[in-house]
Design a binder for this molecule. Structure first.
Ligand code: 6PG
Length: 240
């Protein structure tokens, strides 16, 4: 299978998590605050746990690292559908992350309100309401690949994929389970980063990967970093 530009096939999900953790440390090498946008789903859980574990935890400048979210489900923050809950259980409960450095998507008032509030929070963090290509919003963005080619909560055929102005949108009808409304960062916001990492593991990713390789325009083919876009795959994903 041809692979997306920037694809690296690593041995297994552990190797993918280690490579992603090293990329995060490399993004932390600069002085000053660091903006890391986290992805949801199940794949990055291993990476988050690794960051909080000895070997990595002491190398992360937690006081300078700010954590944002690429998408969130409009669901209770302690329930099974919450991306915040997953990040809390894998990372926040185990690492010395200052609470003020965690920037969850506020979904308690619903998707529309959550999108507006997160847009305002990101503008405050960035210090402007218009993205400057020379000054990315995030240092590093993590993304996953859904079986239908979605990324963050941008689903194929849905209008949110084509958003060119707003950084955050409400997604009233996701294309896949869990069928709860979502709030998602948009292609312009997810692309406003120095480094973009797609984490893709497991054989159920083979179908969307071959569709991307065939040049099909899917949501996951749209975000592109201002610097480098890397696809970290395990061997099972492309079937090697
Ligand atoms: C979400 C995600 C989503 C995810 C993919 C892959 O909140 O659901 O951000 O885009 O990254 O669906 O999910 P898995 O890692 O569970 O395969």
């Amino acid at each position: 299978m041809t692979l997306p530009d920037g694809a690296e096939v690593l041995a297994d999900p552990d190797a993918v998590a280690r490579a992603a953790a090293e990329a995060i440390l490399a993004a932390c090498a600069k002085p000053g605050r660091i903006g890391l946008c986290l992805s949801g789903g199940s794949t990055p859980r291993r990476l988050y746990a690794l960051l909080a574990a000895p070997g990595f935890a002491e190398r992360v400048p937690w006081e300078r690292l700010h954590l944002f979210f690429g998408d969130e489900r409009v669901a209770p923050p302690d329930g099974p559908d919450s991306n915040l809950r997953m990040v809390r259980e894998a990372l926040l409960d185990h690492a010395p992350v200052p609470p003020a450095n965690v920037h969850p998507i506020p979904v308690e008032g619903g998707g529309r309100e959550g999108a507006a509030r997160y847009q305002a929070a990101l503008e405050a963090w960035y210090g402007a309401g218009v993205l400057d290509p020379a000054r990315p919003l995030f240092d590093l963005v993590l993304l996953g690949l859904g079986s239908d080619g979605h990324t963050a909560s941008l689903f194929p055929g849905k209008p949110e994929v084509a958003e060119t102005t707003r950084w955050v949108v409400e997604v009233p009808e996701p294309g896949l389970k869990p069928l709860v409304p979502r709030v998602s960062l948009t292609v312009p916001a997810l692309s406003s980063c120095r480094t973009l990492l797609f984490l893709v593991t497991g054989e159920d990713k083979r179908a969307p990967l071959s569709r991307l390789a065939a040049g099909e325009k899917l949501p996951a083919s749209l975000p592109r970093a201002k610097g480098e876009t890397r696809w970290l795959l395990d061997q099972a994903a492309p079937g090697r």
